[in-house]
Design a protein around this ligand. Structure first.
Ligand SMILES: Nc1ncnc2c1ncn2[C@@H]1O[C@H](COP(=O)(O)OP(=O)(O)OP(=O)(O)O)[C@@H](O)[C@H]1O
Length: 318
């Protein structure tokens, strides 16, 4: 394999143990230079543990990890130069202002980025004199991203990137990351927001109980793992008892849930004909939700789907 084809981030066979607990069990992930790669999985699946090994801040019990061609744990100086790390929880020192935090972090690097520009980009220009601890949760989260990008990194590791951000701030962060990614930034991120992962990631790895259950592009994962169940939304029929009873009466393979003013119906492929007949008899035209990464996640993790209608729809980014 030529140098060009080597993944920029390459982690294989990583195992992490905490006492008797094997949190990561021979897992890994690869990211080519300039790719956005996601790591998803249930709470406790081992995402942060794996990420910390790739960042070089945790030593795995087994595995081979290379970032930019070198071992991130062995060469901390080089790693600090090329990588930005946004921690899941970063506690700011009391009384330090946003400006001071940026200056302190910038002093770690020989050639830091202009923090004024970064604060502007992440909507924090007006907060420079505020104490970091007094920022809102979402603002603190954005500050942690600014700090992660201060060394103008080649690769950035983002753990639960947009937790606590309002929709506008989330869009801002997505757009900024995508812009930097177009300029060649490699991104490895964990997230519990499937629409975020589907929107941002070129490749996705699904970690279940410390092992990679599947990986691929979002489209490949949806094709191979979203399952065959059709998800129908019956707008304005939430209170239609007759229709609900007719659908529920179809039994096996048809799941009906009221959600606000709507009915949500999950239909196994072999029951579709019966459902269509019932809907047609009730003069009801369903809206079919396209299969999504959320379906992949639910299938691979074995977790039951019970989202409210709004969540179910929000899971599908147009
Ligand atoms: N420092 C630690 N000491 C002991 N056990 C730990 C430690 N860190 C994590 N664990 C355990 O290892 C497992 C994996 O944790 P990890 O934080 O890597 O999962 P995660 O997928 O990032 O979870 P979440 O989505 O909740 O952030 C969990 O069972 C957790 O309790």
């Amino acid at each position: 394999m030529s140098q060009e084809e080597q993944p920029f981030v390459d982690a294989r066979g990583v195992t992490v143990r905490y006492g008797d607990l094997t949190a990561v069990d021979g897992a890994g992930l690869c990211a080519a230079r300039g790719q956005v790669v996601g790591l998803i999985g249930p709470n406790g699946a081992g995402k942060t543990s794996l990420l910390e090994c790739i960042e070089g801040i945790r030593t795995p019990a087994a595995g081979v990890i290379r970032v930019g061609g070198f071992d991130p744990a062995a060469d901390r100086t080089r790693m600090t130069r090329i990588a930005g790390v946004q921690l899941q929880q970063l506690s700011y020192p009391p009384r330090a202002t946003v400006e001071e935090m940026c200056r302190v972090f910038a002093s770690f690097y020989p050639d830091p980025a202009d923090h004024g520009v970064l604060l502007e980009r992440f909507g924090l220009a007006g907060e420079r004199r505020k104490q970091a601890v007094k920022l809102s949760g979402g603002q603190q989260q954005r500050l942690s991203l600014v700090l992660a990008l201060l060394n103008d990194p080649q690769v950035v590791f983002l753990d639960e990137l947009t937790n606590g951000l309002d929709p506008a701030a989330r869009r801002l962060v997505w757009d900024e990351l995508r812009r930097r990614n177009d300029d060649g930034l490699t991104v490895v991120l964990t997230s519990h927001h499937m629409e975020e992962v589907e929107y941002l990631c070129d490749r996705v790895n699904v970690l279940v109980a410390g092992r990679i259950a599947a990986s691929g592009t979002p489209a490949e994962l949806i094709r191979d793992h979203a399952g065959q169940t059709a998800r129908l939304v019956l707008d304005g029929r939430g209170g239609d008892r007759e229709l609900r009873a007719a659908l529920t009466g179809l039994g096996d393979g048809v799941e009906v849930r009221p959600a606000g003013g709507r009915l949500l119906v999950d239909v196994r492929p072999d029951r579709r004909g019966d459902v269509d007949k019932a809907l047609s008899a009730a003069d009801c035209t369903p809206r079919e939700l396209p299969p999504s990464l959320e379906d992949v996640y639910l299938n691979l993790t074995g977790q039951a789907a019970a989202p409210a209608a709004d969540e179910a729809e929000n899971a599908h980014v147009s």
